[in-house]
Design a protein around this ligand. Structure first.
Ligand SMILES: NC(=O)c1ccc[n+]([C@@H]2O[C@H](COP(=O)([O-])OP(=O)(O)OC[C@H]3O[C@@H](n4cnc5c(N)ncnc54)[C@H](OP(=O)(O)O)[C@@H]3O)[C@@H](O)[C@H]2O)c1
Length: 254
C-alpha cells in the first residue's frame, strides 16, 4: 500500500500539501492526515478522491504517536512521502512569552517532527521523500522570534544531516525554508492585533510555496526557498557579519 503522511494538514501549508499531492501522485492508495482539529481534517477529507485516514492528535505529546505507530505496524505501508508541516511560533521577547508556549514550540517543531520522522523512516523505500517545513527563520537568530527561529534552525540542521544518512537508501530530505506565507500562522503567532509589518512585504500564497517545495523534493534538493527575496536574505545571512544581521532582525518584528 503506497501512502503519503502529512502533519499539520488541517490548515495552511499542510492542507495545501495534501491538495497538491493528491493531484500530482495518482498511484497513491491512501493519504494519512494529522492535526488536532478533527472537524477540519474531516473537511479536508470531504474534498478528496483518494482514501484518507485521519489521526486527530496533539503532536506535543508522545502518546499521540501511539495510534500512528500502531497503524504503520498494522498496514506496513510504503510511505512515499512524509510532510512534517505541523508547527507554530509566538512573536515576542523571550520574557514576554509564557514558558509553556516557549517549551511547546520546541516540543512540536523539534521533538514532534523528529519523533514522526523516526517512526516513519522504517516504512520508506528508494525514492521516498521527507519534506520538513522549516522556515527562513532558520537562516539566522531572530530577536523577538528567538525560540521559533531556533526550532527552525534545528529542523534545517536535522534535515541536512538526515539527508546525508538516508541517501544511501535512495531517500531524499528537503527542508522548506520559506518566508512569510498567508496562513493561520500569524493569528497564532501574534498576541495582539497584527498591524502593518515588514513581513507583509514578503508574504506569499501557500499554493506557490507548496508547488516550489514539491518540485524541489521531486528533484531531490536539500533546500526549498521560494522567491528571490528569501533567496537573497539567505545569502545576506551568510555573507554579512552576525552583528549586522541581528541588528536588522531587531526591527523586523515590531
Ligand atoms: N505561515 C508562515 O509564514 C510560515 C513561514 C515559514 C514556515 N512556516 C511553517 O509552516 C508550517 C505550517 O504552518 P502554517 O503557516 O501552515 O500555519 P497554520 O495554518 O497555523 O498551520 C499549522 C498546522 O499545524 C497544526 N498544529 C499546530 N499545533 C499542533 C499540535 N500541537 N499537534 C498537531 N498539529 C498541530 C495545525 O493544526 P491544529 O491546530 O488542527 O492542530 C495546523 O494544521 C509550520 O511548521 C510553520 O512553522 C510557516
Amino acid at each position: 500500500m503506497k501512502i503519503v503522511i502529512v502533519t499539520g494538514a488541517s490548515s495552511g501549508l499542510g492542507r495545501e500539501f495534501v491538495r497538491q499531492i493528491e493531484s500530482l501522485y495518482k498511484e497513491l492508495d491512501e493519504i494519512w492526515i494529522i492535526a488536532r482539529r478533527e472537524d477540519r481534517l474531516l473537511e479536508v477529507e470531504s474534498r478528496m478522491m483518494t482514501k484518507v485516514r485521519i489521526f486527530a492528535a496533539d503532536l506535543r505529546h508522545r502518546s499521540a504517536f501511539d495510534k500512528i505507530a500502531a497503524a504503520l505496524q498494522e498496514f506496513n505501508p510504503d510511505v512515499r512521502m512524509l510532510v512534517n508541516a505541523a508547527g507554530f511560533g509566538k512573536v515576542g521577547e523571550v520574557e514576554e512569552i509564557s514558558s509553556t508556549d516557549q517549551a511547546d514550540m520546541v516540543r512540536l517543531n523539534c521533538e514532534g517532527l523528529t519523533y514522526m520522522t523516526c517512526i516513519v523512516l522504517p516504512y520508506m523505500s528508494t525514492g521516498s521523500r521527507i519534506v520538513n517545513v522549516a522556515s527562513a527563520a532558520a537562516f539566522c537568530p531572530q530577536p523577538k522570534f528567538s525560540v521559533y527561529a531556533a526550532t527552525k534552525a534545528y529542523v534545517k540542521s536535522f534535515s541536512d544531516a538526515l539527508g546525508e544518512e538516508v541517501k544511501k537508501r535512495g531517500i531524499f530530505v528537503t527542508a522548506v525554508c520559506s518566508g512569510p506565507v498567508r496562513t493561520e500562522f500569524f493569528e497564532v503567532a501574534r498576541t495582539e492585533e497584527d498591524g502593518q509589518n515588514a513581513k507583509d512585504n514578503f508574504m506569499k500564497e501557500p499554493e506557490v510555496v507548496v508547488r516550489q517545495a514539491l518540485l524541489d523534493a521531486a528533484r531531490g534538493k536539500k533546500l526549498s526557498v521560494c522567491g528571490i527575496s528569501m533567496k537573497s536574505a539567505r545569502i545576506a545571512t551568510k555573507v554579512l557579519p552576525q552583528k549586522v544581521v541581528l541588528g536588522v532582525m531587531q526591527h523586523f518584528w515590531k
